[in-house]
Design a protein around this ligand. Structure first.
Ligand code: ATR
Length: 275
């Protein structure tokens, strides 16, 4: 019997990562001989840890906070989405040691929104809160879906303006300062700030969500995030956290590694039941 192929997720911290669980479920469902582990890797140890992993026969990695930009710089080749976002969350390692970097976060979000939650994106008015790495990773796939407009707003306004400069060739994109957020309602509001992680919520005007609109928090936790609660209190037809995106971005990585697309619905359900 051929020995299993080795995969891992690197991040710092990593203890609460759900990735080993997700990939183990994918591997069992698709009968793939592989192992998947989580390793706590601080940024200063990143290159050495990747070298060690590859030397020991590792075939692929997931990279999470705070390693995605470092991973982008270390990859030998990158996908167009990773090049745009300047961030990599997946390494595919060839037998000769070549590292190909991809960023599956945006595709994962789009699959969760459109396929799992059934939200049409074409012609929609989308507001994104935050202008950090998470926003960078989702702009290209979102703009490709043909929204009416994507508006960025961020606590530090200049960072939103910078993203507009980098991505406006892909579609209708603009930046609005948080304190000036009042205009027409938005059909979809995405929270891509790190605020949920500390139990915070960016300040939002009362009537900013269109009737029956969607709120989606890229973060997730055991309890509904403050932004998911905000959506429920402000008439959202759907107010979801990012557990589906987490599973979908993992499925995209799994597909890259194994050439097989695992079913995501049972895994999302398992994760939802476990909290
Ligand atoms: P990530 O890679 O997760 O996006 P990041 O690059 O540090 O992390 O970006 C975090 C985002 O959350 C930023 O948009 C940040 O706003 P600033 O650019 O002003 O720092 C935003 N953010 C973090 N905490 C926040 C809070 N309490 N309220 C509003 N925005 C917050």
């Amino acid at each position: 019997m051929t020995p299993p192929d080795h995969y891992a997720v690197f991040g710092h911290p990593i203890a609460h990562s759900q990735s080993p669980r997700i990939h183990t479920l994918f591997a069992a469902a698709t009968k793939q001989a592989m192992t998947y582990e989580a390793e706590d890797v601080p940024p200063e140890d990143f290159e050495e840890a990747v070298g060690r992993f590859i030397a020991s026969g590792g075939r692929g990695l997931n990279l999470t906070v705070p390693l995605k930009e470092l991973a982008f710089r270390m990859a030998h080749s990158v996908s167009p989405e990773a090049a745009r976002s300047k961030a990599v969350n997946t390494f595919l390692v060839s037998p000769d040691g070549h590292i190909h970097g991809d960023n599956t976060d945006g595709r994962g979000l789009v699959r969760d929104l459109t396929l799992n939650l059934g939200i049409p994106m074409r012609g929609q008015r989308i507001l994104i809160l935050g202008a950090g790495g998470a926003t960078r990773g989702i702009l290209e796939p979102l703009l490709k879906l043909g929204p009416a407009a994507v508006t960025l707003t961020n606590r530090t306004a200049e960072k939103a303006l910078q993203l507009v400069l980098e991505f406006e060739d892909l579609g209708p994109l603009k930046a609005v300062p948080m304190e000036a957020l009042q205009d027409p309602p938005y059909d979809i509001i995405l929270n891509a700030t790190a605020a949920s992680l500390s139990g915070d919520l960016p300040p939002l005007p009362e009537h900013i969500l269109a009737d029956g609109g969607t709120c989606y928090d890229l973060a997730y936790g055991k309890e509904p995030t403050p932004f998911v609660e905000w959506g429920l209190q402000h008439g959202a037809a759907i107010s979801s956290d990012g557990i589906g995106m987490l599973v979908e971005q993992a499925a995209e990585a799994f597909f890259l590694w194994r050439g097989i697309r695992p079913e995501t619905a049972p895994v999302i359900e398992t994760l939802q039941r476990a909290r």
